[in-house]
Design a binder for this molecule. Structure first.
Ligand code: ADP
Ligand code: MG
Length: 292
């Protein structure tokens, strides 16, 4: 399989990648949702296992090919050898999926940020509400990506606020931003800025959900905001306990509010719980499935 995939990757059948700043990157695209794919590099362990067989005799291979804005998922084809017996045919099937952007293992956080996330900054500075969500299995690279986006968004949002203040468009008090970061697991929430203190979810008369008691801190400088983001992410990575869910089982919601007067925007960066593939009752407790 690995050889067949490598051959296809080197052939003219694989379209050349389109630049991320091409027509798809322009504001002319309809709608306000972008769906992007990011393939992370294989880990050392994964790289070492390519071409080797696992305990069931299935061979490991690098199964995803990216060429912006599409990705191909390769899988072994099986043929029918009689009554419900499937045998490998040796052929490799290929499915193509199209995205607004597809990033390969060669694209770093700057490339992802510049192509899809940076454009949220001017929108939020005009009072918009934007959300950047990472979805995927545990180990797919969600946290790696979202921590990278948080740091870059903090930098550009604070620089934007400073510019608005310098131009006299916002009062001095609007320099900086308001920051909150919490974790959600099932119907429980934990404040990542307050030693994982449990927070209460409340629904108001309008049906809007509020996280009661959530710490919202005012930060004035980029150093301060970066330190607060890093501290929350460190707390998230600490060992799980009864009232402290494993990070792969919880959603992390990081929010930066910025602006002045009726022009207050919010940017949320959400690192979702891992959407594991095998959600069967054999492998997971009912509680775990309800959480998912
Ligand atoms: P998830 O949050 O989806 O469970 P992680 O973000 O923790 O996954 O990524 C799993 C591992 O892969 C980590 O060791 C991380 O540093 C590494 N990793 C993920 N994405 C990349 C990338 N684009 N480049 C290099 N290493 C990455
Ligand atoms: Mg993670």
């Amino acid at each position: 399989a690995a050889a067949a995939i490598a051959e296809w990757r080197g052939s003219a059948e694989l379209p050349a990648p389109q630049p991320h700043d091409g027509p798809r990157g322009s504001g002319a695209r309809a709608g306000n949702i972008r769906v992007c794919l990011r393939k992370r590099p294989l880990s050392e362990r994964e790289s070492a296992s390519v071409g080797t067989a696992d305990e069931r005799g299935a061979h490991e291979f690098d199964a995803v090919t990216v060429s912006n804005p599409a990705a191909w998922f390769h899988e072994l084809e099986y043929g029918d050898a009689g009554v419900s017996r499937l045998v490998k045919t040796g052929a490799v099937a290929r499915k193509q999926y199209n995205f607004h952007h597809a990033f390969s293992e060669a694209d770093d956080n700057d490339a992802v940020y510049g192509a899809v996330v940076a454009e949220l900054v001017p929108f939020v500075l005009k009072g918009g509400v934007a959300t950047c969500v990472a979805y995927g299995q545990t180990g797919a690279g969600k946290t790696f990506t979202q921590v990278g986006m948080q740091d870059r968004l903090a930098r550009d949002l604070l620089a934007g606020a400073a510019r608005m203040v310098a131009r006299g468009k916002w009062p001095d008090a609007a320099a900086g931003a308001e920051f909150s970061f919490f974790e959600n697991c099932g119907d429980r929430c934990f404040d990542l800025q307050n030693q994982r203190e449990e927070l209460v979810l409340r629904e108001d008369a309008e049906g809007e959900v509020h996280v009661a008691g959530l710490t919202q801190v005012r930060v004035g400088s980029l150093e301060e905001l970066h330190e607060k983001i890093a501290a929350a992410n460190r707390l998230r990575a600490t060992a799980p306990t009864q009232s402290n869910p494993e990070s792969s089982r919880s959603h992390a919601i990081c929010a930066i509010r910025i602006g002045a007067g009726d022009q207050i925007g919010t940017l949320r960066v959400i690192d979702l719980a891992g959407n594991e593939r095998h959600e069967s009752v054999d492998e997971h407790t009912p509680e775990r499935i309800a959480e998912m």
